[in-house]
Structure formats: C-alpha cells, structure tokens
Design a protein around this ligand. Structure first.
Ligand code: GLP
Length: 237
C-alpha cells in the first residue's frame, strides 16, 4: 500500500480526477467500482466537468456500485445509488445499462450471488472511501479478507454517520456490500481520504497491524493499492 499525498482538498480532488481520467482514456471500457459517502463528491465534480469539456467519456465504461443501504425507499436521496446518480452519473455519459446497482427488494442472497457473477474476475479499478473505524464499503470490523458480496449489519457509528446522507431519522441498520475478497480481485485499488477526521484511520491503515478489527488494513497486501489522502488526512503519517 502506497501513500499518495494530494495537498489541499481541492488539489487532491484534481489529482485523483486526473489519474482517473488518464486510466479511463487508456482503457475506455474500464470496469470500475465507485463509492458514495461525501469524500468523493469533489472528485466527481471534477470528473463531470471533464466529461462536459470532452476530455474523457464514460460511454464504454462499466460502473459497479460499491454498496447499498437496505430497508430504505427506492427514491430516498440518501441511498447509495441515488447519491452516485446525483453527484456523478446524471452528469456524465454512462449509458444506464452500464450501471450495476444493488436492488435490495428481492431475495438478498440471490442479489448478492448475481452481483458476484457480474463482477466476475474483478474490477479494473476500485475507488473506496474509508470510515473512521476502518470500514471500506460496508465491510465493518470483523469482516474477513475473503468476504464476498453479502448482507451486513452496520456498526452503530456508521449508522450515526449516515445521518449526513439522509434528511430524516429513519436510518438504515443494514446493507449489502462488495466484500473484501470481491474488492481484492480488482486490478487496482485506490482508497480515498480527506479531512482531519480521517487522519487517525489513515495512519492505522498504513502502519497499524493487519487485523480484521480495521478492515482497510486487510487490503495492504494487494499488489496495487494506493491510499490517496489530502494534507489533513495524511497529517498523522
Ligand atoms: C459510509 C459508506 C462508505 C464510505 C464511508 C465514508 O458508511 N458505506 O462507502 O466510504 O462511510 O463516508 P464519508 O466519505 O462520507 O466519510
């Protein structure tokens, strides 16, 4: 795992976007896993502007949503698919059929198996945020390195933090996430971190013991993983 320091949040967002644009231009059919949360929002702004300016296109890409909240109304703006649509997909030229979302209305085990099949040998690139407890996607402490797409319970802190996405107090207690094993099949992984609130977990992820207690540490041995942090998030390293 290599730390890439991005500078101020603005500079960091441009750096990540520029790297992403370079990858997508080199491989227009790139299969990419994308996260939600608030961390990637400035990066998605940069990507949307780049598509508008004709610098890159998502027309042949394939996007896999990293995770989804369960028990939430289909149109709820706090849902992961709604957030990704709002912050990125509605502003770029990805054909709707090339967006893989997690529809949690049917048999959840079947949904998870179908998602694993769709991801297949793995994404070319997985972008991930990181929770303050080291969760990636919804792989909370205790998740094993070979875990696959599955239903998970959310940690109390994660439920509380999700209030930032939902405009009401009916917060989800479970979700479905790609597993650490699913993510480890990606050719390349970028963990994104911004802000002082992530400084401690960034330090632990890079230098703490590899442990299921801090899920992100279990990505450390992947052959191509970057932790891309802005100045504040990298301050404790
Ligand atoms: C959420 C999401 C993660 C996200 C993380 C950090 O619970 N399930 O995918 O990366 O927490 O969120 P934020 O970027 O808002 O800090």
């Amino acid at each position: 795992m290599t730390l890439l320091r991005g500078g101020s949040t603005d500079v960091w967002a441009r750096l990540v976007a520029d790297l992403f644009i370079e990858r997508l231009n080199a491989q227009p059919g790139m299969r990419v896993c994308l996260p939600t949360g608030l961390t990637p929002v400035p990066i998605y702004d940069e990507l949307a502007d780049a598509v508008t300016a004709g610098k890159v296109s998502f027309a042949r890409a394939e996007v896999f949503l990293l995770d989804e909240f369960g028990g939430v109304d289909p149109g709820d703006p706090g849902r992961c698919d709604q957030m990704l649509e709002r912050f990125l997909l509605s502003r770029v030229d990805l054909p709707a059929a090339r967006f893989h979302r997690l529809d949690l209305t049917g048999d959840i085990d079947m949904v998870c198996r179908a998602y694993e099949d769709a991801v297949g040998h793995g994404c070319d690139l997985a972008l991930l945020g990181i929770g303050t407890n080291g969760h990636v996607g919804m792989n909370e402490p205790g998740a094993s390195a070979d875990s696959l797409t599955r239903r998970v319970s959310l940690a109390p802190d994660t439920i509380a933090a999700s209030a930032r996405y939902f405009g009401h107090d009916r917060l989800p207690t479970w979700g479905v996430t790609m597993g650490l094993g699913t993510l480890r099949r990606s050719r390349e992984i970028w963990i994104l971190a911004s802000g002082a609130g992530k400084a401690s977990i960034v330090r632990q992820t890079l230098h703490g013991p590899v442990t299921t207690a801090v899920p992100a540490t279990q990505l450390r041995e992947h052959p191509s993983v970057l932790l891309i942090a802005d100045d504040e998030a990298a301050a404790g390293v």
